[in-house]
Design a protein around this ligand. Sequence first.
Ligand SMILES: *Cc1c(COP(=O)(O)O)cnc(C)c1O
Length: 392
Amino acid sequence: MSISSFHPPQRTLMGPGPSDVNPRILEAMSRPTIGHLDPQFVQMMDEMKELLQYAFQTKNRMTMPVSAPGSAGMECCFVNLVEPGDKVVVCQNGVFGGRMKENVTRSGGIVIAVDDEWGQAVDPDKLEEALKSNPDTKIVAFVHAETSTGALSDAKKLAEIAHRYNCLTIVDTVTSLGGLPVLVDEWDIDAIYSGSQKCLSCTPGLSPVSFNAAAVEKISSRKTPVQSWFLDLNLVMGYWGEGTKRAYHHTAPINALYALHEALVILQEEGLQAAWDRHWKNHLALRAGIEAMGLKFIAKEGERLPQLNTVTIPDGIDDAVVRSKLLQDYNLEIGAGLGALAGKAWRIGLMGHASNKTNVLLCLGALDAILTELGANITGGVAVKAANAVYA
Ligand SMILES: *Cc1c(COP(=O)(O)O)cnc(C)c1O
């Protein structure tokens, strides 16, 4: 055997996540590993909580990163809040709502499905209808930013309806956090989860979560123990809780937490509003180029995510051929369509550190060249110019 060190190529990541990682974050990760109960580490954890409270715009004391990717943050919310027999309305308009249903069932809950077409926002009227017919519903769950389709739902309105029917809310903001307003306290969201590798531009593997007092109350008054030992918040809080006494629960991913800390410091330096504005501006430039070429967006205007652009693949063009040319010739990764959109759409991410002018122009120029070479029915040679006009 003579396997040597792994040296990955330098790519530009414009898919559905992970996004380009700021070099400052990679440098932070390489700092010395210390003990996870070291007083200096505990101090860093307190700062992390404060930084996450800023990112989520909340005062919730139960705010921390789960030591695993976004899917674990999702599972953490469901296993802690759903008790056997609880009715849970799940609004589904893409892949991730489907995973929420799966989580409810596995937690012993009963799913009340509110389904919308893929590519559309969750319909608030349909949610209200479902709650009217199921007045004993305990929880409403939905995805704020559906990464599989590029559709944005009105989290504030959906949470308001849920509360009118005395339900708690579980909201997926894996793709929205850092790229779009996520106002936990103002919108009165009870349980929320996100991910490190999308608009926070950190390395994958951590999932920020936050729970308000109503959610904590439901968790601490459960009749049955949380089925997952690892994700049981009653136990996790012994480590992430307040004060200097922290009990060992699991060994925190120490260097990964340095990375998230750095990512959140970067977000704080830029400021949330400036980060949201930057995501919007780069989306407008990409959109100008995409539309000048003659390609179309899947989500309709007003419901589009600036950080995840789902666009139609021209007739007769093989999705995989284009993506492999992008990777080989431009070191550029974009996302394939998921589920119902497989082979029909591309997902172009402009998330976090990757949301910048250089990436927009690179992606448009590369797509223009490749699609022209493949004989696609597009308007060639105009995309980059259209995007530049937005920046001018
Ligand atoms: C990426 C994503 C997830 C899952 O996160 P992982 O870190 O891949 O586990 C969940 N929900 C949405 C909306 C996502 O975009």
